[in-house]
Design a protein around this ligand. Structure first.
Ligand code: SF4
Ligand code: SF4
Length: 148
């Protein structure tokens, strides 16, 4: 490369906008495709544990008795497996990053206490489900008895 080209390049670089940003003074721009962090809508989550089973890095732990959903963000490789597997679509890849940390830690989200109305609705739904199962079982038993 001749000295003419070098001088031309130097002048060009002097006047053109820098290719990098002054982070963290200037906030980064996130696109829809940014693999930021996994978020869980715990209200919709049914604690089925499918995301835990699908996670290739064991980053998720679901504790049904304690009603908690935990993620180790240091282990997550942003592969989307949990997002795709969740039957309630309550997992999402948020296009922004969590704060930098100096120590390894996990994030645990607990299911909120149900309101009186939500509790009543849940009990009614469970009762209705139990009745439906009992009815189907009785019908099957009656069919089996008839057949023998
Ligand atoms: S797969 Fe979805 S519904 Fe099931 S435990 Fe995970 S986040 Fe909750
Ligand atoms: S994005 Fe992949 S690595 Fe991260 S929690 Fe979900 S399944 Fe695990």
């Amino acid at each position: 490369m001749g000295s003419f080209h070098l001088t031309k390049m130097s002048f060009k670089n002097l006047v053109k906008k820098p290719a990098t940003k002054m982070y963290p003074v200037v906030a980064p721009t996130y696109t829809k495709m940014t693999k930021g962090h996994i978020a869980c809508d715990i209200k919709t989550c049914i604690l089925c544990g499918i995301c835990e089973k699908r996670c290739p890095t064991y980053a998720i732990t679901v504790n049904k008795p304690d009603e908690t959903w935990t993620i180790n963000r240091f282990a997550c490789i942003q592969c989307y497996s949990c997002v795709r597997a969740c039957p309630k679509t309550c997992l999402d890849m948020k296009p922004d990053y969590t704060k930098a940390a100096t120590e390894m830690s996990t994030v645990t989200i607990k299911k909120p206490e149900l309101t009186a109305e939500e509790k009543a609705a849940k009990e009614a739904a469970e009762k209705e489900k139990a009745e439906r199962i009992a009815k189907a079982k009785a019908a099957k038993d009656a069919k089996d008895t008839k057949a023998t």
